[in-house]
Design a protein around this ligand. Structure first.
Ligand SMILES: [Zn+2]
Length: 384
């Protein structure tokens, strides 16, 4: 009954395939409906509703429960869709894993050379730079705040004199207040704007802001801060240590891993894709992405860019070859949100199927977020 061109369901050695399909799809539909928005829907809503007088008042006793779960979509991926509980995620590839954390410490410090260090618990990352009279901290994540003074004490007895915010998000700077002292806080002007709005006592406002570039010189150390436009969120900056040849850009590239869901919640996905390409072309040796297990190399950024391009291609093909409305219950034909949910689910399923054979063993957390990336990509392609 389905004439759409789709890839065969991939077979995944070791993947969990026994997620409870039919019980959960219908529950997830409403959640997804809430996520789906955009101008084109409004246009289509108008066109669909025109000439369908009173479609929403056709029953005096509207049903408050969905119909019984139907058959799974044709060629449903073996990767469990969003909202379905599974027993075991795919194993993390060895290439995605980082050096182990000493459980007694809860963090590790990585020497990036010439006084620059990364601190991480293998989930989130920050850095600090030691100079002759003090220490510059770059990001103070909530989960690392207690460890940062200990990590600094491992290599220096100097006080924290400066604190740089990569961007405004609490997971990266929510430990700023807990650091104590009175460091000079430096951030992009958009970060100041967002932090004023958020009014979070754990994220003190920056005293020094800039719009395009700012060079911090302390002792014989240098950090070059620059703004490359909105991608992850307004105000998210590039932080470059020229002597160490280290580039830190948070929440954009995830070395060895899938981006966090929906391209790390990028507020501008075309901008996000462009920024990955920009990072790829820049001259540096070590990349600090702010998350997951390890630092990155140019090869990691190349892989991220390749994955991005593959998602874009897979979603574009699925959008072009999936027929809207095909297989939809005729009783739902006057429900535009259901009409599109049904279409977009099938687009995303095809996108996931296309990506799985190549990427499921290549990136940590592929199965965790591939549905999210496909939903995000199809929406971007339709409306941006
Ligand atoms: Zn963020």
């Amino acid at each position: 009954m389905c004439k759409e061109s789709r890839n065969d369901r991939p077979s995944l050695a070791g993947a969990r395939t026994n997620y409870p399909r039919t019980q959960h799809y219908s529950e997830n539909s409403f959640i997804r409906n809430a996520r789906i928005g955009g101008f084109c829907f409004v246009v289509l809503l108008i066109s669909i509703c025109a000439g369908t007088n009173g479609v929403y008042s056709q029953s005096d006793n509207p049903s408050t429960v969905q119909g019984a779960a139907g058959e799974p979509y044709p060629n449903m991926p073996s990767i469990a869709p969003i909202g379905v509980s599974i027993g075991k995620y795919l194993d993390v590839p060895s290439s995605s894993q980082g050096p182990p954390i000493d459980p007694a410490k809860g963090y590790r410090v990585q020497d990036l050379g010439k006084g620059l260090y990364m601190i991480t618990d293998n989930a989130i990352q920050s850095m600090f730079l030691v100079y002759d009279r003090g220490v510059v901290v770059i990001d103070a994540p909530q989960n690392l705040a207690a460890f940062i003074p200990k990590a600094i004490a491992e290599v220096s007895d100097k006080p924290i004199t400066h604190l740089i915010y990569s961007h405004s998000h609490a997971d990266h700077i929510g430990g700023a207040k807990a650091l104590g002292g009175h460091p000079i806080i430096i951030a992009h002007e958009e970060t100041l704007r967002l932090l004023k709005r958020d009014a979070d006592p754990n994220r003190p406002l920056p005293m020094v802001t800039f719009s395009d570039r700012y060079t911090l010189r302390v002792g014989n150390q240098v950090l070059e801060l620059s703004y490359h436009g909105n991608a992850h969120e307004p105000g998210n900056i590039f932080i470059y240590a020229p002597a160490q040849r280290v580039l830190m850009v948070v929440d954009v590239v995830f070395p060895g891993w899938m981006p966090w869901r929906r391209f790390a919640l990028a507020q501008d996905i075309p901008g996000y894709f462009a920024q990955v390409e920009e990072i790829r072309k820049m001259d540096w040796d070590t990349y600090v992405g702010g998350h997951v297990t390890r630092t990155g190399t140019h090869a990691d950024v190349d892989i991220q860019a390749e994955f991005n391009n593959d998602v874009k291609q897979a979603a574009a093909t699925a959008l072009a070859t999936t027929k809207p409305g095909e297989g939809l219950n005729p009783l739902d034909k006057n429900n535009p949100w259901a009409f599109f949910d049904h279409y977009i689910d099938r687009v995303a399923a095809q996108c996931v199927n296309t990506l799985t054979p190549k990427w499921s063993t290549k990136l940590g957390g592929f199965d965790v977020y591939v549905w999210d990336q496909c939903y995000s990509m199809e929406q971007t392609l339709r409306i941006e």
